[in-house]
Design a protein around this ligand. Structure first.
Ligand code: BTN
Length: 260
């Protein structure tokens, strides 16, 4: 594969979207695109603006974890949105579905979604989603959807994640052009986001792609641990957990870790 030039111009040229990525804010290196996006919101960033970098030096994941991404190999970006409150909880679902569809389009690999925010290949994490929002009363002032995809990461080079993570290159044995992957992902994101806003049933496909349902899981919410069978999910993506005593518990994605 020819070396790809990753820049604002090459990104604009690769995109086929109308809303998502209409504005692209690219920097070669930043600590976290979430923080750059937050600053961009303060400066009046447009709906659908994408903050993207080639090297995220202090990326963060859910629950205070870090996100490791060396330069030049992965996709790490944040999408700025101004959704209605009723759509906020569904943004993780929209992102995971877009990621799963686009990976399949570009690589023909089979993906699955581990509730609430992981996209996996063969049970290993290839992508993660982090949504941060600013809500005042019943109004969402802004939402930032952070997405990471391990595209051409050499998994063996990072032993601390090698047991549970993978990359597209690792799975198909050849490098995947990041701009092609980004373009497919943002196109799918735009489609799913628009469908979700129109009230179309995107949740059904997301649910079909979940690998969590019907399985025995341990859910950790802060200090509380629930064990049970992941029975169902609702329209907003919350998990319905059948506890060992037979009661049904609704678990929202917020502060949850899940062990399958
Ligand atoms: C997770 O699986 O815990 C979520 C990982 C999200 C990482 C992405 S990379 C782009 C954006 N910037 C960050 O600092 N985090 C998100």
């Amino acid at each position: 594969m020819e070396e790809e030039i990753f820049s604002a111009d090459s990104i604009y040229e690769a995109l086929n979207t109308k809303l998502i990525g209409k504005t692209v804010l690219y920097s070669p290196a930043v600590p976290s695109t979430m923080d750059v996006a937050r600053e961009a919101v303060r400066n009046g960033a447009a709906d659908g603006a994408v903050v993207i970098t080639d090297h995220q030096t202090a990326g963060r994941g859910r629950l205070g974890r870090g996100w490791v991404s060396p330069p030049g190999v992965n996709l790490t970006f944040s999408i700025i949105l101004y959704p209605k409150l009723e759509h906020l909880a569904r943004l993780t679902l929209v992102a995971c579905l877009a990621i799963a569809r686009s990976i399949e389009e570009i690589t023909f690999l089979e993906t699955s979604i581990k509730w609430p925010n992981d996209v996996q290949i063969g049970g290993k994490k290839v992508s993660g989603v982090l949504v941060e929002s600013d809500v005042a009363g019943d109004k969402v002032k802004s939402a930032i959807v952070g997405i990471a995809v391990n595209v051409n990461l050499d998994i063996e080079a990072i032993p601390e994640i090698a047991d549970f993570a993978t990359s597209l290159k690792h799975e198909i044995g050849i490098p995947v052009p990041r701009l092609t992957m980004l373009s497919a992902l943002l196109s799918e994101f735009e489609k799913v986001y628009k469908d979700m806003r129109k009230g179309e049933p995107v949740q059904a496909e997301w649910k079909r792609r979940l690998n969590t349902l019907g399985r025995q899981v341990t859910v950790r919410c802060g200090r509380t641990v629930h064990k049970g069978i992941a029975e169902d999910v609702d329209q907003d993506g919350n998990l319905l957990l059948r506890l060992l005593d037979g009661k049904l518990e609704l678990i929202s994605a917020g502060d949850v870790t899940l062990k399958v």
